[in-house]
Design a protein around this ligand. Sequence first.
Ligand code: C6P
Length: 413
Amino acid sequence: MNTSDYRPLDVQAIREDFPIFTDSSFAYLDSAASTQTPRPVVEAMDAYYDTYRSNIHRGIYRISEEATDQYEKARQKVAQLINAQRTSQVVFTRNTTESINLVAYSWGSMNIHQGDEIILTVLEHHSNLVPWQMLAQRTGATLRFLEITEQGLLDFTQLHDILSEKTKLIAITHVSNVLGTINPIQSVIDAAHAAGAKVMVDAAQSVPHFHVDVQQLDCDFLAFSGHKMCGPTGVGVLYGKLELLEEMPPFLGGGSMIRSVDRDISTYADVPAKFEAGTPSIAEAIGLGRAVDYITQAGLASIHVHEQELLKHAHQQLQDIEGITIYGPEPHQKAGVISFNLDGIHPHDVAGILDTYNVAIRAGHHCAQPLMKKFDVIATARASFYLYNTIEDIDRLCDGLRYAQTIMIRRNK
Ligand code: C6P
């Protein structure tokens, strides 16, 4: 883990940037679903709407040039964040889901054929599963799955059994959104490349939380969402190796993605424009650029260390609650997510009662139904952390869980 920019976070100062935390008793513990937005990000988008709102890449006038400039600067910031070699390797999409679908349709239609194999893991979010199922159904390819150990760690030893010359792609999440497990993706990428396969990394839960360096990893594709890293909804990122993006056909056709258009045929723009058909999410991309500044100023290593402290405290405190089952590995093997269940109380009831206690968590299958089946549960409760969370938030969660237990015992009498 790169710790070069580590310094302790000033969490109280950070919280002041988020108007929602004016209510200091509000414990927002659902950042894995979507984070809160700091004022500087909202202000950057307001500045676009108030002072230079216009379309990009087409206007020959001042405010349109300003909008184009800010949009492209946001791309540069994202490229720097993940250490992409070139800015053009960053494609703006709507979210992680769209980025993965883009690869499944575009790269998949050229490179996946009958009899080919795609390796996934049982930890995948539906966004990194369903697009590959659809591709397999279209092409006659087969999906193979890496399982996990009882502790919720990837069973890496299996990879060598299922990796073969038939494997064309491994699609793997960097961090599980349910268990928080940090997967050993460097080893997976190295093994995949040795076998001639490409790797798509779902980085929705990693890029916001610690340094991710695409050149060091040597991954072929990587996807993440702006709304999970203090940015707005409606903008996401696809990173790809340039030679792959260049040979891939477009995903959506329309304006902005063409070089020239005739009645029967068109030629296409260079990457990334080839993959950005139509008017993009301009304000949102600008907001994402500001969000990248925001989390970079806080320091990705600082965010990671802070989340580790919260996780350790949460594990210690939650373990003391009677009838609790915690899913997933030890804090040092995961990012800021903790899933659990309380004996005899449905996780939806847990979340509902916690809401009355001013604590927001997520409950459900977390768009990871195969993983729920693996643990033989239909749902879990999940608390997830980010740079603005405090030890007090976790203590409030634990108090709220005890409160939920007393209420349910009373109700069931
Ligand atoms: N997980 C959660 O509460 P989108 O919706 O496209 O921005 O992100 C999809 C996605 C893909 N991969 C992982 C690992 C994810 O965690 C998510 C989103 C949210 O866990 C919403 S279901």
